[in-house]
Design a protein around this ligand. Structure first.
Ligand code: NDP
Length: 478
């Protein structure tokens, strides 16, 4: 039996099958046994959401504001405790984890306000005597499928807008990190949600995720995860007529020009490439550096990397926590080998032995690379980045855009001319100037282009594009 049950139709529902959630920094630390939902459990959750949808869809903005605002306050009041849980289950440092928990609280506060800020449009008709009203309504039942790398922020930035705009929810967190989502759901239940409005089904993507995606009773799927899974989900959503939103991977460039302020560029690249153990879809994985600053940049990066302490995330001295699990660690090590076999020189990238059994890896920087190497085409998703030397800005921009992804792109430069040009011509959903490619605000749109994203943006006021559907009404009042 589990310590942590699923939440279906207002009840905590146990399961005979469980997943054991382990701390990647200390495999002897068991965070808990989490119920694994079956396909039948998932169908029950979908049916409960369907039943609850008419009433919740007609709830007042004040009712939705009150619940989301209470949840936001509860998360903020408990952000240290939730951050510690997050650091234990996913491995990012305590400071990063507390920051992520705080962000989840702010997201609920923001979307509480969004529930009140909804408006429509009244448009004169082209025909005499008619007026046209344009309003937004909830989509209905929304299935949310989340990855392991932001265990509280990503569930928050999907659940909060879904509820704010009057949808009922069935959420499936990543099997590797269910604890933070479980706590989030508990907070929302305690904040006063009625039965069926929010349902939690933990378990495997191949069982729970598939059931959500294939169900004719789910109106929309919002997914964050890998490209392969995302594309397969999109096809199934198309087949069952669902609205779909995908946030997938990145191979984000950070361009460093000769005129960059070197310390600013190095800090942006160290943070963007290696913080959160490089396990961020917005990580700076391709450092594209012009030849006049290249050697000084590499020397400064390697020196700075030696100061980074890999360790237990709960230790305040730690800069880089463990890799999330053995599978991801193997993938990171494989790419380090691939880098060498492709002719790159790799600085760092050694396994680290500590007092506890965990997945510790030193950050790795591959130099003497070119953009056609596999390490510069495929997402590694670990503390790994490569440096690509280029002649000038034009070549840097060309290579920055020479990727199948388009999530974030950065530039370090003191030249207004190049910065302005890059902002306009980088083929990415988000552009960063003299700041890391990773690290975004919670009240503005998030998402990318090309292979990184599909469908409307997440977060900020743009979230309503996915979580509502537009109605146009023609009225003859005469
Ligand atoms: P996956 O694509 O493996 O999994 C994401 C989610 O999908 C998990 O909950 C998973 O379940 C579920 N899933 C797996 N198979 C199916 C299926 N057949 N049908 C429905 N759901 C399924 O990604 P990871 O969790 O491993 O996350 C890492 C990847 O996510 C990286 O490639 C990264 O780039 C990307 N990512 C993108 C972000 C963005 O915003 N652009 C943000 C964060 C990550 P289970 O847990 O059982 O595997």
């Amino acid at each position: 039996m589990s310590n942590y049950a699923n939440y279906i139709n207002g009840q905590w529902v146990d399961s005979s099958k469980t997943t054991r959630n382990l701390n990647p920094a200390d495999l002897s630390d068991v965070i808990g046994e989490f119920a694994q939902a079956s396909e039948q459990d998932t169908q029950a959750a979908i049916a409960a959401a369907r039943d609850a949808a008419p009433a919740w869809g007609l709830s007042t903005p004040q009712q939705r504001f009150d619940i989301l605002d209470r949840a936001g306050s509860a998360i903020l009041a408990r952000k240290e405790e939730l951050g510690k849980l997050l650091a234990r289950e996913e491995g990012k440092t305590l400071a990063e984890a507390i920051g992520e928990a705080g962000r989840a609280g702010q997201i609920f506060k923001f979307f509480a306000g969004e529930a009140l800020r909804q408006t429509g449009e009244l448009v004169p008709s082209v025909r005499p005597g008619l007026t046209v009203e344009i309003t937004r309504e909830p989509v209905g039942v929304v299935g949310l499928i989340t990855p392991w790398n932001f265990p509280i922020a990503i569930p928050a930035w999907k659940i909060a807008p879904a509820l704010a705009f009057g949808n009922c929810v069935v959420i499936k967190p990543a099997d590797l990190v269910p604890a933070c989502t479980w706590e989030l759901v508990k907070i929302l239940v305690d904040a006063g949600l009625s039965a069926g409005v929010l349902n939690l089904v933990m378990g495997r993507g191949s069982v729970v995720g598939e059931a959500l995606v294939n169900s004719p009773d789910v109106d929309a799927i919002s997914f964050t995860g890998s490209v392969g899974t995302g594309r397969a989900i999109a096809q199934k959503c198309m087949a069952t007529g669902k609205k779909v939103q995908l946030e997938m991977g990145g191979k984000n460039p950070m361009v460093v020009l000769d005129d960059a302020d070197l310390p600013t560029a190095v800090e942006a690249c160290i943070n963007g490439a290696f913080y959160s153990t490089g396990q961020r879809c917005t990580a700076s994985s391709r450092l594209i550096v012009t030849e006049g600053i290249h050697d000084r940049f590499v020397e400064a990066m390697v020196a700075r990397m030696k100061q980074l302490r890999v360790g237990n995330p709960l230790d305040s001295e730690t800069h880089i926590g463990p890799v999330v699990d053995d599978k991801q660690l193997k993938q990171d090590l494989d790419y380090i080998d691939i880098a060498r076999s492709e002719g790159a020189t790799v600085h760092g990238g050694e396994l680290v032995e500590l007092g506890t059994k965990g997945h510790f890896l030193q950050p790795a920087l591959a130099v003497d690379t070119h953009n056609d190497m596999r390490i510069n085409r495929e997402e590694v998703f670990g503390p790994f980045a490569s440096v690509i030397k280029v002649k000038d800005y034009d070549e840097a921009l060309k290579l920055a855009n020479d990727t199948e992804f388009g999530l974030a792109a950065g530039i370090c430069s003191t030249s207004l001319k190049y910065v302005q040009h890059f902002k306009r011509h980088a083929q990415a959903g988000m552009v960063m100037v003299n700041v890391p490619t990773a690290g975004v605000d919670y009240h503005v749109p998030f998402g990318g282009r090309k292979g990184s994203s599909h469908g409307p943006r997440e977060q900020g006021s743009y979230a309503k594009e996915f979580y509502t559907t537009v109605k146009t009404a023609y009225v003859n009042a005469g």
